[in-house]
Design a binder for this molecule. Sequence first.
Ligand code: PLP
Length: 413
Amino acid sequence: MSHAQPASDSVLLDVRADFPALDQSVNGHPLVYLDSAASAQQPSSVIDMVAEYQAHDHSNVHRGVHTLSHRATEAYEGARDKLVRFVNASSRSEIVLTSGTTESINLVAQSFCRPKIGPGDKILITHLEHHANIVPWQIVCEQTGAELVVAPIDDRGQVKPDELRALMTDDVFLLGIGHVSNALGTVNPVKEIVRWAKECDIAVLIDGAQGVPHMNVDVQDIGCDFYAFSGHKMFGPTGTGVLYGREELLEAMPPWKGGGDMILEVRFDGTVYNELPYKFEAGTPNIAGVIGLGAAVDYLTNLDLDRVAAHEHYLLSYLMDKLGAVDGVRLIGTAETKASVQSFEIDGVHPHDVGTILDHQGVAIRTGHHCAMPVMDFFGVPGTARASLAMYNSVEDVDRLVDAIDKAKQIFA
Ligand code: PLP
């Protein structure tokens, strides 16, 4: 990896005690949680905030005149304000609250692309993408006759920059690219990629599901048009997410879903839609979840994401060194620049068996295709075992993983 290796372990954080779910034994062993790329654990501050809202303030947002509705609205909209600052959006109009990255990307496919593309147009993605950044584009291409084009990767799991650039032709309407690959941990140089795309007048959506939990994200500095992410990957509740979109683009887009809250006036001869961002937020939202997401933003901001990144880079280097040295283990995904994820396979052992044996030892990893089947096809495997790190993991967690793998190897020897 290209990250400067810290001189000592002084960069390491010690926040495990903030996460109550980590304080338990699984199958007779203290839990080692290495599946944060699928869903990260939540700190007490998030759990308490949601419980407090449910116990005292629960009510519907926006429409009520009574005190509970005011409180709920204030907390819900307060979370949006925190998210504006968190990714440095220009205004609250640019932060659309969704159910997650998947919904955010589908919104852009259906509302931004579908009305504007047709035969002869292209949507460009890469071979590294999560299914959530593939299938919505396939659907919109089927609906419109546009073509889906895929930029290739190399055998370390990196997008080939020259080939990506060569595919940025005049007929490409939008580039959809992940910030960090969930299957391999590859970090894409998104700022540079956006610059290339902008030279060709191509809109860019970044799938930031694995970006925001691990590094500071400044959407204005990156220069992207859309940035999608999920609450549950960044230590918040499930069923919450964000679509950042440039105001000018969101303003010109038609609503995607119709219903309450996204309107100003409804008559049978026509409806006037609400202003941004509410135009894209039909129906009663996940109020408790969004308030919890606001608490997760507070937690991350107080901790400082640069410190989180340094901690995780240290641990990932340690994990790659230790795991790479185990006989019979093949690391899959060895990009120059990586964040927090390592896929691997063990000679002669099916990934699901690896996962099960590790679980018996209290070590939780993910196995399978990680919603990235094209990546698995590229490496010629049905799936991998994947360890993913977060700020609450430690050197001891990595050691426990390696010990558990040794045991798995003995069982299958
Ligand atoms: N994109 C990436 C890179 C992901 O890792 C994930 C989830 O694993 C998603 C998109 C989809 O996120 P969600 O299921 O929260 O919508």
